[in-house]
Design a protein around this ligand. Structure first.
Ligand SMILES: [Zn+2]
Length: 413
């Protein structure tokens, strides 16, 4: 009895249970429990149901109740499947050039872009990088994100890639949000690397990744497939070898050029992320595969470019996840709910599709099967917004903030 907790009542509890893993979702399919409650044991959900019946059935002492006095709508904690929050410095200079008309690729060719952040992140001492990353992770948690993926990719050499991955691990251990790290050393060929792109990928495969494994720093590998980064042939080679080493795969693909999603399908990647330039061909091929389509509206907002074709992806039968892509260059905002709600107005997504994209479908993109829904056996990651109708959440376009955040059964004050 000591380790049991009951939280509630929630005016509405949006469990995200019983929804399809792929394809369109109608709001009528949402399971909504009025006056709901969640029974928790050791951070895991024991039961979800009506608050009063859970309370009467078990007769918990007062000390085991987390009673909610205000009217709220509860949901599973949000999951951000794609971020780059471990970085130093600012790219306000790039942003100024971009809003006055220069393109992302033009800025990169002039020596701005990712390379500028690489130099600033290399210079940062580990404690400074830790403080920056912790601060951003805490902001995400305040916005209701209880799990987030974070990539390396601003080190691009042995020492600084390991520094980034160790920093992400340190924040994961000390913050209340769960962070999942991904090695994105294949973000670009560093300008100071003595060799071609294949030689750089070989350095990652034979020198860096064994260190990542040995130090238990990441189980995921990512690569940026794009004209200014890595080609499809090199990416295929790199990902197949990474897979043999035991890494889960994810890909930055189809952002400016439709290249990347085919590689994701061939290598059995968990997800391909971006997809702004995907055509019907890529959309249909992805729909036939198990690859999650992760779209990143924050990058479209930061770059002033159209959103990825989220509606088309869903209609074709894809599993759509939504990430913030929080990074210092193309997506400096870092507000997933705001971005998801703007995406839903432009792309005509239902509440069910939008929330699925930042809960259980995002969990799947990270290979998690223990979160993203409020159901027996799932982690007790619960957030609640101060309203009585779940539709208020997207309606306020990111301005309504969660008033209650519970991580693994612990209410965060
Ligand atoms: Zn990214």
């Amino acid at each position: 009895m000591k380790d049991l907790k009951l939280i509630g009542p929630f005016s509405q509890l949006l469990t995200m249970n019983g929804l399809l893993e792929k394809g369109p979702l109608d709001d009528s399919a949402l399971e909504i429990i009025e006056n709901g409650g969640v029974l928790i044991r050791n951070g895991i959900i024991q039961k979800v149901g009506k608050y009063d019946s859970l309370k009467n059935d078990i007769k918990l002492p007062k000390a085991n109740l987390i009673h909610i006095d205000e009217k709220t709508v509860g949901l599973p904690g949000f999951i951000d499947p794609h971020t780059h929050i471990c970085f130093a410095g600012s790219r306000a200079n790039d942003y100024a050039k971009r809003i006055s008309g220069k393109t992302y690729l033009e800025i990169a060719r002039e020596g701005g872009g990712i390379w500028q952040t690489v130099q600033q992140t290399r210079q940062a001492d580990p404690d400074q990088l830790y403080a920056n990353t912790l601060n951003r992770a805490e902001k995400m948690l305040e916005l209701g994100i209880t799990t987030a993926e974070v990539k390396s990719g601003y080190g691009l050499n042995m020492e600084d890639e390991l520094k980034m991955l160790k920093t992400i691990d340190r924040v994961h251990k000390n913050a209340q949000i769960d962070l999942v790290s991904t090695c994105l050393a294949a973000h670009m060929v560093p300008k100071d690397f003595n060799g071609n792109s294949r030689q750089y990928l070989d350095f990652i495969l034979t020198e860096l990744l064994p260190q990542v494994i040995q130090n238990g720093l990441s189980r995921r590998v990512d690569i940026f497939i794009e004209k200014e980064a890595f080609g499809e042939v090199d990416a295929l080679y790199f990902l197949q070898k990474s897979k043999v080493l035991g890494f889960d795969l994810t890909i930055h693909g189809d952002q400016f050029t439709p290249m990347g999603s085919q590689v994701a399908i061939e290598t059995g990647a968990l997800s391909v992320d971006h997809l702004e330039s995907s055509t019907d061909k890529e959309i249909l091929a992805l729909a036939k595969s198990d690859v999650i389509s992760t779209v990143l509206p924050g990058a479209s907002l930061g770059l002033g470019m159209p959103f990825a074709p989220a509606r088309k992806l869903l209609n074709a039968g894809n599993a759509l996840a939504i990430g913030s892509d929080w990074n210092p260059g193309s997506a400096p905002m870092g507000n997933l709910l705001l971005q998801a709600s703007l995406l839903s107005t432009s792309e005509k997504l239902t509440n069910a599709e939008t929330f699925a994209g930042i809960t259980f479908r995002a969990a799947k993109a990270l290979n998690f099967h223990d979160r993203g829904k409020l159901a027996t056996g799932m982690l007790a990651d619960i957030i609640a917004f101060p309203c009585t109708d779940y539709r208020e959440i997207l309606y306020h376009q990111g301005q309504l903030r969660p008033s209650i955040i519970v991580k693994k059964g612990n209410k965060i004050d």
